[in-house]
Design a protein around this ligand. Sequence first.
Ligand code: K7E
Ligand code: CUA
Length: 679
Amino acid sequence: MAGLSDSYIGSITTYIMISHTKISLLAIAGLSLALSFGSCKPKTAGSAVASDAASKVYVAPGKYDEFYNFVSGGFSGQVAVYGLPSGRLLRVIPVFSVDPEKAWGYSEETKGMLNTSHGFVPWDDLHHPDLSQTNGEVDGRWLFANGNNTPRIARIDLKTFRTAEIIEIPNSAGNHSSAFVTPNTEYVVAGTRFSVPMDNTNGDVPINTYKKNFKGTVSFLSVDKSSGNMKIAFQILLPGVNFDLAHSGKGPSDGWFFFSCYNSEQANTLLEVNSTQKDKDFIMAINWKLAEQYLQQGKGVKQAVKYAHNTYDDNTHMSTSTMETEVTVLDAKSLPGLVYMIPCPKSPHGCDIDPSGEYIVGSGKLAALVPVFSFTKMQQAIASKNFDGEYEGLPVIKYEAALHGEVKKPGLGPLHTEFDEKGNAYTSFFVSSEIVKWRLKDLKVLDRVPTYYSIGHLHIPGGDSRKPFGKYMVAYNKITKDRYLPTGPELSQSAQLFDISGDKMQLLLDFPTIGEPHYAQSLPADLISKASVKFFKIEDNIHPYKTNGEGKAKVVREGNKVHVYATAIRSHFVPDNIEGVRLGDEVYFHVTNLEQDWDIPHGFAIKGADNGELLIMPGETSTLKWVPNRIGIFPIYCTDFCSALHQEMQGYVRVSPAGSNVPLTWGTGKKDTAAVAAR
Ligand code: K7E
Ligand code: CUA
């Protein structure tokens, strides 16, 4: 066996060495081929683990982790919450995708949260969570996240770990460069990945009229300081390119926002080839403080559009979905000083600003270097009009004029950069599967570590804020291969935790993730844990179908709609016997959890429902819609093991034929339930 695995490892090593040679050859010939080549295994794959790794990630039973870590679920549409350094999965927060476990998108109260101008959209692709900030530091109030497919931004309330708001973005398709915030959470941004014809124009045009008819936009959503409620403050109309990633300025560059863009070729087909022709694309710099002035001067144009704005209320325990009909658009090319383009090699992806706010790091996926721009030099170039012509009517700053310098020979396929508190940057390299640490001041490469395998984003707690917490770094890898026990053709993707407190980065831990992890955010645990809601106060519950105590439980017929006002408390439902439901009825179980104690949810499920369960938190009311499709007896039960007699928390609903005269009756624990004819 040992011999077998030795020769197996031997052959893998040979393969790796060959593939490395291939990749370096391709790198010279043109990196796009290397990218499609996919993962390349570092030679040292195996155990580059720090010797004291176990003690560094060990969080003893009953002890808490030091950081909350919020990780995008990518194509799962959710956010996963881990503890760091343990890597323990604490929670999955449903955001853009339905989740039958928590009834997200299944209960009547939450369906509205997934409403869009296209109707109910039960899935999205969530890439970039970003924590709210105060004075450029993460403050633990909200987490914003983008929906990449049907363009949306969500706000998660970190008191409840629930999605509190989702707003759709008009004039957009593929909201990728999002949901990044400004240093005081004045705004959260959205930039369109796909340029498209604007919503108020006739979109029925040939695709090859891209250059004429397709436009890009970025949107600035204001965030209310106390409630967190978002509003599309303005959109900026831009050339038809692809906006990829973004980050806000801070400190000296506060008031500016930076977006990477690719496809400055404006190709509409085979982008792999056609959008990689030019030597440089752009980092786009937007002066949003100037945008505010232009708005005040009335330079915005109101445009008729349609987009959904959905909010969730913790007192009604219910969502409200509103269809909005207007946005204000600023046309970049007619408003001087609003937008500048900085050339950036080559098909830039990540766009990251260091903690001081002086350095702007662009990561060209096909570039063999990492350019670092200086905000000061950029301002000087603007003042002295050191331009290199225009791109679609927007001034292009001379590359050299804005450049602080280039990180030379850093690795292959740079994607994203985060920062520590000591003036160092860490860049992920997809093609060469590694993280490279370099110094901002002199752009010197200090250290490199392999990742297993093909890293996308990387993340440092506070690493995109003014105040990184250093200590840990997490790699989010696209390919897992041999890192875990095989689970069939689909393997979970993987996070890797590194200690970055010393000069050398040290691998501590691997842990699997849900969906596909892209960006992540973390913050010290006590910024959130102290404010965490333990239960909802029953007296604050103003749900219209709340049941205020067991004595108020009832069943009401309104035509073919049957409303069950039910309560749940350990260990029974009131009512638990219901008769008089008929085929053709729509039954709404409005279940109020009367408990006022932390961690005592009750569940509710009924046989044959084409729906999720309910999982009702203490003090909350939730509604399950059920349309019986046959006559008979239908068991109901609590799905959450709530007490020693949880298994006894059950009951029955009797369904009779349409037109039956079985009276509507209900009750719990009565020998003869009182018949109440509701007419
Ligand atoms: Cu690089 Cu969508 Cu942020 Cu993933 S994106 S890796
Ligand atoms: Cu309530 Cu189990």
